[in-house]
Design a protein around this ligand. Structure first.
Ligand SMILES: C[S@@+](CC[C@H](N)C(=O)[O-])C[C@H]1O[C@@H](n2cnc3c(N)ncnc32)[C@H](O)[C@@H]1O
Length: 287
């Protein structure tokens, strides 16, 4: 099995759990959240004709762009059929219209210069050749358009998440031993496969270099997020491991509050005060 087949397989399985694990809610708030993220990144609210979300997953950017009315026509594509089904359902429950395509980010099925805005969130680290994916994003971008990539993991961030989640793993396993509950081996194997589908981490300068090689002439990169990813990583592990936590309303409300507080901390303080070498994600705006 190659890296793309592995990615399609694990994300097909992940599709059912994804929104609980990443605490994404497809309701009236999705448009506001994406509009805030995009404004923060681009320095203004764009208003475009056609937008594309590459490796859309369950549709966070695509549904948000459509719900916020940032683009008149929103397209989204992914390698995983089940993720696309989730995007379709999430778009419909948010009253948004998104056109879908099943494809590989390294070979987009769109004509040159089709989109005014091309974006990818948490995508490049799953693609065997990120530079080829960036080249495709560049090819389908119309002259004068903008592309961006966000939420790509850094090596330092992954190490910190491993420490925090490692403590949670020990606590959960200790609890299981005391209560004599066997680990779900099948779930455990899927988790390992899912980790193997994370192919890369990046430094901002690496994304900048790849973007230039891919043909972008204006490249602006940066890093962000600290508390948000640590809390999200913890929720990702616990919600996948303990079904009760993913289903229970009180537990979900508490987890959501913790994640939103951590994200607000990063926006207000962390993204300025936490040293760049400790930050968890890399983003780039490309033209
Ligand atoms: C971490 S998820 C991010 C999903 C979404 N963009 C978000 O922000 O929630 C990564 C997504 O990339 C997709 N993916 C992995 N490899 C891909 C490839 N070569 N081409 C297109 N999509 C791919 C997966 O199926 C998955 O939906």
């Amino acid at each position: 099995m190659d890296a793309k087949e592995l990615n399609a397989l694990v994300h097909d399985r992940e599709a059912a759990l994804y929104d609980d694990r990443f605490m994404i809610r497809y309701d009236g708030a999705i448009g506001r959240a994406v509009e805030r993220d995009v404004k923060r990144l681009l320095g203004k609210r764009p208003s475009v004709g056609r937008a594309l979300d590459v490796a859309c997953g369950t549709g966070y950017l695509a549904v948000g762009l459509a719900a916020a009315g940032i683009a008149e026509e929103v397209h989204a594509c992914d390698l995983s059929p089940k993720m696309l089904e989730r995007t379709r359902d999430n778009a419909s429950s948010s009253g948004a219209s998104v056109r879908l395509a099943l494809c590989d980010a390294e070979r987009l099925p769109y004509a040159d210069a089709t989109f005014d805005l091309v974006c990818a969130r948490g995508a490049l680290h799953h693609v065997p050749s990120p530079v080829d994916a960036l080249r495709e994003m560049r090819r389908v971008l119309a002259p004068g358009g903008t592309a961006f990539v966000v939420a790509e993991p850094t090596a330092a961030g992954e190490r910190q998440v491993a420490v925090v989640v490692g403590l949670a793993v020990r606590a959960v396993e200790g609890l299981r031993r005391v209560r004599r509950i066997a680990r779900d081996e099948e779930h455990h194997q899927w988790e390992l496969a899912s980790m193997a589908a994370n192919l890369h981490t990046f430094e901002p300068a690496e994304i900048a270099e790849m973007a230039r090689v891919a043909g972008f002439s204006e490249v602006s990169v940066g890093s962000a997020a600290w508390a948000w990813v640590l809390v999200l990583g913890l929720n990702y592990y616990l919600a996948g491991e303990i079904a009760f936590l993913a289903r229970n309303r009180v537990a979900r409300t508490l987890a959501r509050s913790a994640i939103e507080t951590a994200a607000a901390f990063d926006r207000l303080i962390g993204d300025r005060a936490v040293p760049a070498s400790l930050r968890h994600t890399v983003q780039a705006v490309l033209r």
